[in-house]
Write a protein that binds this ligand. Sequence first.
Ligand code: FAD
Length: 415
Amino acid sequence: MPTDPPYSLIVVGAGAAGCFGALEASRDNDEPVLLIDAGNKPLSKVRISGGGRCNVTHACFDPRDLTENYPRGGRELRGPFHKFQPRDTVAWFASKGVELKTEPDGRMFPTTDTSQTIIDCFLQNLEKQKVPLHLQQRIRSLHRDVDGVFILERDQEEPLKAKHCLLAPGSLASSPLRDSLKALGHTLTETVPSLFTFRIDDPELHALAGVSVSEATVSVPGFGRKQTGPLLITHWGLSGPAVLKMSAWAARYLHEQSYHFPCTVRWIVENPERIRQKLQEQRQTHPRRKVQADCPFALPRRLWEYLCQKADIEDSSWSQLPAKNANQLVADLSGQTFSVKGKSTFKEEFVTCGGVNLKEVDFRTMESRCCSNLFFAGECLDIDGVTGGFNFQAAWTTGYLAGQTLRTRLERGRS
Ligand SMILES: Cc1cc2nc3c(=O)[nH]c(=O)nc-3n(C[C@H](O)[C@H](O)[C@H](O)COP(=O)(O)OP(=O)(O)OC[C@H]3O[C@@H](n4cnc5c(N)ncnc54)[C@H](O)[C@@H]3O)c2cc1C
């Protein structure tokens, strides 16, 4: 038998989106709101995020520019970002006593450099606003009774009842709620991983593990888009922001390829003509210098030596460098192709691409278009961003909008 009377609102999922939504919905009202989570700790992803520092958001304050960082959901987030964007996130946390700082690449972290600050902020404010948090309460399914009240079936205990429901359960990849959502009229887009690194079985490349390039361009022939940014060579292949961004934009395409695809790395972003010119200048100005020991580009020494060896340049000086080897060096610098044989998520931020179809959600309110009084926030939606704080920003923004709408609804329901 369901519990009686129903809660005004049950928020499913005490992650970033659910906690934010619960706080906004319960602000200045006494309606009974319950926050539940399947795990034994709330905000578990916040805890491990950003290497334990929590990359809360990104210093990108123009809503249109911000949307460029979302391979899926950018268009739909444009309106919501006009209502709640990173500037509002900074102000929201500041109003709760949490200051954020910006790193040179735009990522924003708490000044304490620990995600515990963000967790404490949510838990203290949930307590202050008297929102009970029930842990180890997994919702197995959700349906409506004849009066339109939501019945939330739990694993062990009696079902819960709620007039409104905010679903913020994170990734829907293996969620028990998938069937309920479909039964309530939703279509779910295919869920596949996003933000992963590329596995390349090449011992010569592995030998360069730890080498990083501040600006390289990564492309996947067959997929239209290129990504430029820092690149890191690891003992399993390629990583770093350029690769993570590529994995995000091409998430569905790479899944279709079963993660077996060619990947081209442009070590120097300048065009091949300019690269050739630089080699020529080197030949004229330093004819006696050994090519392997004299890199004219801003590349790590070990990478330059590797590229010289690839071009069969062993001991020659600039003046002795045969045209064939110079051509090979130019070709590799401006596009070396590797064979990717899989993906890896070692310690990186990763998210799910896919989820609730965005056409079925009203982005002014975050309410379902298929089922009234049902709201969504966070990663369960078919929204995902590139690395850098954009995924949390989507969680705060959608949690905020859902919370605002629910607060008004709960107030109206009381009067
Ligand atoms: C290692 C790692 C590092 C990351 N670092 C960053 C970062 O620094 N910056 C950034 O922007 N993004 C980062 N991300 C992505 C970010 O963590 C997610 O985008 C974000 O957590 C999504 O928030 P959410 O509230 O929607 O979902 P989640 O944080 O996943 O929270 C969902 C909650 O719902 C609960 N739940 C699920 N199903 C049920 C159910 N049936 N019943 C009850 N409860 C349920 C879960 O237990 C969970 O607590 C990182 C991700 C990973 C994996």
